[in-house]
Design a protein around this ligand. Structure first.
Ligand code: ARG
Length: 580
């Protein structure tokens, strides 16, 4: 049980005793530590219902509160109940956490399966900034969910089918450079695609592309072979990026995986009256199956949504993104028994997902579907980030530059580090910096990308956090014998050490809240606060120079801080170097 849950259960007992009937109420972490660690507005809410004086009711509740050894409680303002946790209660919890692999994090996801659909770039198109955000946010959410006990299926729903393949196959036949393809497949496919794109106004080229596409869709063996090769080289190229980012997928079921299911799916939608024909196309209209007053799109219209139907089959017989996504939902529910499906995709696809979830519901596919949207990354000019040549910035360029800059900074700070070790550290620091810059932002806000800000050793950065971890570990390197933290007692006297313990104990309370609204930035804030609390503690409380039993107590707190910081960073997908 977390401390917060413990307080809630004590409060429930007191409320039940006071009111004479089973009653529960929420406790929250206090926003301002001057008033205590936790608080509840239960007395105010209940007094209103019962038309009594809230402060008097709060006093009655406090009289019934059994908090011995745990906390003290008092009344504040109009009737808040404030709880102040006793230092010995924090100490006891810290001792327990040192013996707990899960660091006090409850398994809130046990027994539930969640599919996380993230990254999902399109073959032969460069991974752009949107895919960077999706990859980093999605990976972190998958890690957090896994740690909370969910069965997580990370699925890379790559765009490996679609009209672009007419152009790619034409380009493959006319412009492909085999050596370049072997060296950098993604770049070469993109080059070929762009080259065709530039000349597609030529009617001859356009027709040729269309006929390659028709051949591919009809199963022409030669075109299918080219298509397969494109997918294979793209996957290999992407895998290298994911390896570097330490991002793992359980499956890569791209759009093409669902091709066979699409014709039957459209027929089913027509039969069930969920979709109908309009100008030759099969569309899901808001009024397709329900009388108007139940029209789910009415809400959308009031919110300013358009009533464009979702098209699932074009007049020419072709299927669309929405058709594939419906087949994908069915597969995930039927084959994987998914309870939740989280789509980490940019804001521009909001309408697509609203329509998709509505159509799935009418189809009887029930589950908790969430579109986890995010804003854009902006350049210094506050416009969409572009390279000097005016292209969208690719993920690889960003990673490479981050690592290069980290290497320079490390060489300046610590010239002793050389060769392979220095390169390793630069990789960990550079990539950590990119991830943290992303994850410390609210996902819906557009953020301005700044190299200097994200690589600074001071401030809200990954290097600061990684350095904090190195700093804690360096204390243990000075010891003659390994320190057994599970054997230590913890005594908390100084404010700085009480505060550090308070934050450490809160880890298990913070983590589940991240999934309430899918905000890894809450975890980013938490680890920053933890690192700052550690530095204040380390300044105020000598560790190695202290007398026993304080020395062991403080070492144990250092150990717990280092584990919690490392685990928190790991859940953001950020690694920690040994030295830097
Ligand atoms: N390939 C798409 C894009 O790059 C993203 C796919 C997201 N996943 C999904 N199931 N629609 O825009």
């Amino acid at each position: 049980m977390t401390l917060l849950q413990e307080l809630e259960s004590r409060l429930a007992a007191a409320l039940t005793a006071t009111l004479g009937e089973p009653t529960t109420a929420a406790v929250t972490a206090a926003a301002d530590l001057r008033f205590g660690d936790y608080q509840s507005n239960a007395a105010m809410v209940l007094a209103k219902q019962q038309k009594t004086n809230p402060r008097a009711l709060a006093q009655q509740i406090i009289d019934h509160l059994e908090l011995t050894g745990l906390a003290t409680a008092d009344i504040a303002g109009p009737g808040f109940i404030n709880f102040r946790i006793l230092p010995e209660a924090y100490a006891a919890r810290a001792v327990a956490l040192l013996r707990d692999e899960r660091l006090g994090v409850p398994a809130t996801g046990a027994g539930k399966t969640v599919v996380v659909d993230f990254s999902a770039p399109n073959v032969a198109k460069p991974m752009h900034v949107g895919h960077i955000r999706s990859t980093i946010i999605g990976d972190s959410l998958a890690r957090i969910a896994r740690f909370l006990g969910f069965k997580v299926i990370a699925d890379n729903h790559i765009g490996d089918w679609g009209t672009q393949f007419g152009m790619i196959i034409y380009g493959w036949n006319h412009f492909l450079d085999e050596t370049a393809l072997a060296e950098n497949p993604i770049q070469e496919l993109v080059r070929v695609y762009r080259k065709v794109n530039a000349i597609k106004e030529d009617p001859g080229v356009l027709d040729a592309c269309k006929s390659e596409l028709v051949k591919l869709q009809a199963g022409d063996p030669e075109n299918l072979a080219i298509w397969r090769k494109c997918i294979e080289v793209s996957k290999n190229g992407l895998q290298k990026i994911y390896d570097r980012l330490d991002v793992k997928f359980d499956h890569w079921l791209g759009e093409s995986y669902y091709n066979d299911r699409l014709p039957g799916l459209v027929e089913e939608f027509l039969e069930k009256g969920i979709a109908r024909e309009s100008n030759g196309a099969v569309c899901i209209f808001s009024d397709a199956s329900k009388p108007l007053e139940e029209d789910p799109f009415k809400v959308h219209k009031e919110e300013g949504w358009t009533d464009n139907p979702a098209i699932i089959r074009k007049a020419d017989g072709g299927f669309l993104y929405a058709t594939t996504d419906l087949a994908t939902i069915q597969f995930r529910i039927d084959e994987w028994q998914a309870d939740h499906v989280w789509y980490v995709v940019g804001v521009p696809q909001q309408l697509h997902f609203r329509q998709l979830f509505d159509a799935a519901a009418r189809w009887g596919k029930t589950g908790d579907f969430k579109h986890i949207a995010f804003g854009s990354i902006l350049g210094d000019d506050r416009k969409l980030m572009k390279t000097r040549s005016g292209d969208n910035v690719g993920l690889i360029e960003v990673l490479e530059e981050a690592v290069e800059r980290a290497a320079k900074a490390i060489a300046e700070k610590n010239p002793d580090l050389q060769g392979e070790e220095a390169a390793q550290i630069a990789e960990t620091v550079g990539i950590g910096a990119v991830k943290f810059a992303e994850l410390s932002q609210g996902r819906l806000t557009d953020y301005v990308f700044s190299w200097d800000r994200m690589l600074a050793l001071q401030g809200d950065t990954a290097p600061y956090l990684q350095y904090s971890h190195v700093r804690i570990r360096s204390i243990f390197r000075k010891l003659d014998a390994p320190f057994d933290a599970t054997a230590a007692e913890i005594h908390l006297n100084e404010d700085a050490e009480i505060h550090l313990a308070r934050l450490l104990v809160r880890f298990g309370e913070v983590l589940p809240t991240i999934l309430e609204d899918f905000r890894p930035n809450l975890l980013a804030n938490y680890v920053l606060e933890l690192a700052r609390a550690f530095h204040s503690y380390f300044e105020a409380c000598p560790v190695l120079k202290a007398e026993e039993p304080i020395r062991s107590s403080r070492l144990a707190l250092c150990e717990l801080a280092s584990r919690t910081l490392k685990q928190g960073l790991n859940l953001l997908g950020i690694d920690v170097p040994e030295r830097m």
